[in-house]
Write a protein that binds this ligand. Structure first.
Ligand SMILES: Cc1ncc(COP(=O)(O)O)c(C=O)c1O
Length: 430
């Protein structure tokens, strides 16, 4: 058989759906972009970063280290500050959990997600995700040939009855032997904005531990807390780290990008001890360490208190923009839609009646685009799970990068499109 010139992974990796949406934005000037998970350019900490960079460059003690290669695991000071901060936010973490030795610094949390999948999953292995979930993660799984099954999401975490059903099916189909992890986004979830309850996290971990015997190997719970620092109120519900985890199965993933500056690509993980070396060995092959310079910037932001002060500014700003979007939705969208209201993060999740399709080829999407508004079709956020049909009647709207007036204009146009398509359907049915 002739071999393909591209590797299996080269062939399997597809451009993320967001790339398609970005291209649309570029080809249509003036488009109101309610799609991207970008943060607001007006909230970028420009002065703060200028001050920090000057400080780092003029400090003889650190400038030579900042402009050098560092260690694969990350700057020790940043690992320490990260561990201390986690301990502070999660008051009462058991000793040894938020330990600097367990912290690994990566180029954004996206790199850590990638490293985890490389370290844990072979093609054909199974990963559970929420229905719906962070679509870039789905692309990563698909690119690696990993199978996915979705577990229905409710406003406080997954539906436990459905989770039990999925586990039973995994057992009866034999796929349980390939189950490696369950990936959940626990704070101001992307795309729905929900916050997981602590009780549900504990229940999920307890079930995963129970089925390990049948799996025959460890099954991990990956808690992606990318939006934890973007909760509007400091209502940091307990992380899964706080669950008694004697077998060390919780992998906590965090980031400094969304809450500070997305261009400063610094993420981190608090890893179970047995995973640290495998992840670092792969990271060493990728880049042998996150840029020292940007780690120093984040370190100084944390040490000086600039980071925490900036969070206060962001919370006010995004809460106000979320309200603008809420008011516009109430004013312009039909009353029959189901809106999931966020308590942080950047997104609203909108559910239309099942017959009103929102996918990229739907009349609604194309008309909205012609009217100059772009949203993320909900179908992008569902795994390709052979056990159910992908829902096609939802959309994610972001209030991150659009200005207040763009949000008002964009939601108005979208509301008019939804109403016009709905009356078109009604006319056809009568
Ligand atoms: C849920 C979630 N996790 C992780 C990431 C990756 O973020 P970063 O690599 O900037 O830390 C994102 C980015 O949008 C996200 O939405």
């Amino acid at each position: 058989m002739r071999r393909h010139w591209l590797s299996l992974f080269g062939r399997q990796s597809k451009p993320p759906p967001i790339a398609e949406l970005m291209n649309l934005a570029l080809t249509q000037p003036g488009l109101i972009y309610l799609a991207a998970g970008f943060t607001d350019p007006d909230t970028l900490p420009i002065e703060e970063v200028r001050f920090i960079v000057d400080d780092v460059l003029s400090d003889e003690n650190c400038v030579k280290s900042a402009l050098q290669y560092g260690s694969t695991k990350g700057l020790p000071k940043l690992r320490e500050l990260t561990a201390e901060r986690l301990q502070r936010v999660d008051l009462g973490l058991p000793p040894g959990v938020a330990d600097a030795d367990r912290v690994v610094i990566t180029h954004g949390s996206q790199q850590l997600l990638y490293l985890l999948i490389e370290a844990l999953c072979d093609p054909g292995d199974v990963v559970l995700v929420e229905d719906p979930t962070y679509f870039v993660f789905l692309g990563l799984l698909e690119g690696r040939g990993v199978k996915t099954h979705g577990v229905k999401l409710t406003p406080d975490g997954v539906d436990l009855d459905h989770f039990d059903y999925v586990l039973r099916r995994l057992v009866s189909s034999g796929e349980i032997k390939r189950l490696k992890l369950f990936y959940i986004v626990t704070y101001a979830h992307n795309p729905t904005g929900i916050v997981w309850s602590f009780v549900k996290k504990a229940a999920v971990l307890e079930r995963l531990l129970r089925i390990e015997k049948l799996a025959g190997h460890p099954v991990f719970l990956v808690e992606d807390a990318a939006y934890r620092d973007l909760l509007f109120e400091n209502r940091h519900e307990n992380s899964a780290l706080k669950i008694s985890d004697s077998k060390a199965r919780v992998i906590y993933v965090g980031t400094y990008t969304k809450p500070f500056a997305t261009g400063i690509r610094v993420g981190f993980g608090l890893l179970p001890p047995q995973l640290i070396d495998p992840v670092l060995n792969i990271k060493a092959n990728h880049d042998f360490g996150t840029s020292q310079f940007i780690q120093y910037v984040v370190c100084r932001a944390l040490e000086s208190g600039l980071y925490e002060r900036h969070l206060g500014v962001l919370h006010e700003h995004y809460r106000a923009k979320a309200l603008v979007m809420k008011d516009a939705i109430e004013k312009w969208f039909p009353s029959y839609i189901d809106v999931w209201h966020p308590t942080g993060g950047l997104y609203y999740w909108i559910r239309l009646p099942r017959h009103q399709c929102t996918g990229p080829r739907s009349k609604l999407f194309r008309t909205a685009l012609r009217q100059g508004v772009l949203y993320v079709p909900g179908c992008y956020c569902y795994a390709r799970d052979p056990w159910r049909k992908v829902p096609n009647h939802e959309m994610r709207l972001s209030f991150g990068s659009a200005s207040a007036s763009e949000i008002q204009k964009g939601v108005k146009r979208l509301g008019e499109v939804i109403k016009s398509i709905s009356s078109y359907h009604t006319r056809r049915q009568t």
